[in-house]
Design a protein around this ligand. Structure first.
Ligand code: GUN
Length: 293
């Protein structure tokens, strides 16, 4: 049976370091890190994520600012809010929760966030720094950064000689994850929906990272014996065993069967999920420190 990588515990240790850094910054400068989270519309899952981000920000000693805008907000109104937050010296990090309702040009909004306040790491300036190997002066997208931290807990800093396969090529996760693995010297394959014989590509992975958004797609025979499996999926599926109409969260990996083959694996929930929020807090305290120095 595989070792189960405890994302909650890893996240707690990041949060404790972030809280210390936040308290120290406030002690030295009187300034609290400020995180502004903007959500548009009523999607309950997005509201749940945003609320937990706000709670965690307060726990870290941050000034937590939440803007909840109605579904019918216009592009111009949302842009005006981002412009105001960009100009506000008490705001060090800005996150616009995605997806935005369909009538928005999301990219225009995301790219308008100042790179130094882009705690999501989605601005092309931050994405470009990762692509060119500068992991120190920008802000790295939270889920890939958190996933890398879990990979490094297993393998250490240097992934030389290891084959890594990332399934999924989104800007939010797959692309930056591939680049971070590459920066740590792994040999990286970026797989996606058009990849031929995905199962056999995955079987070559010493580090297999799944971010496809399809419940339990990665099966036992996709996993190389002894591999490290990082499951980034969060899928809500029916759970009739818990009672009629009940649901549960599962990842993109069939956890029980994959655990029989892998050496280490992240669970869902309790794996990558808690790391994403922890790294958002880390990015905010880094942004605040930079703004004050
Ligand atoms: N929606 C789901 N995950 C994320 C994320 O990491 N950042 C933002 N802005 N929206 C999301």
């Amino acid at each position: 049976m595989a070792f189960v990588i405890d994302g909650k515990e890893a996240a707690a240790s990041v949060i404790s370091a972030v809280t210390e850094a936040s308290v120290s910054l406030e002690g030295k400068t009187g300034i609290k890190p400020g995180l502004a989270v903007v959500i548009v519309g009523e999607d309950p899952a997005s509201h749940a994520y945003v609320n937990s981000k706000g709670k965690m920000a307060k726990q870290c000693g941050f000034n937590s600012i939440q803007h909840t805008l109605p579904e019918e907000t216009t592009q111009e109104e949302l842009q005006a809010l981002v412009d105001t937050l960009n100009a506000d010296l008490a705001v060090h990090g800005i996150l616009v929760q995605l997806p935005l309702p369909k009538h928005f040009d999301s990219d225009a909004i995301i790219q308008s966030i100042l790179p130094e306040k882009d705690v999501d790491g989605l601005n092309i300036a931050n994405a470009g720094k990762i692509a060119t190997g500068d992991l120190d002066t920008g802000l790295i997208s939270c889920t890939p950064a958190g996933s890398m931290l879990l990979v490094k807990r297993v393998h250490g800093e240097d992934l030389s000689g290891l084959n890594a396969v990332v399934i999924g090529r989104s800007n939010l996760f797959g692309k930056p994850m591939g680049l971070l693995l590459l920066a740590a010297n792994a040999t990286v394959t970026m797989a996606h929906s058009r990849t031929k014989d995905l199962a056999s590509v995955c079987r070559n992975a010493d580090i297999l990272v799944a971010a496809v958004g399809r419940a339990e797609m990665v099966k036992r025979d996709w996993v190389k014996p002894g591999a490290t499996v990082i499951d980034v999926g969060i899928n809500r599926v029916p759970a009739p065993e818990k009672g009629e109409g009940k649901t549960k969260l599962v990842g993109d990996v069939a956890f029980v069967e994959a655990s029989e083959v892998a050496a280490s694996i992240t669970p869902v929930p309790g794996g990558v999920g808690p790391m994403t929020i922890a790294m958002l807090m880390a990015n905010t305290v880094i942004a605040a420190h930079r703004a004050c120095s």
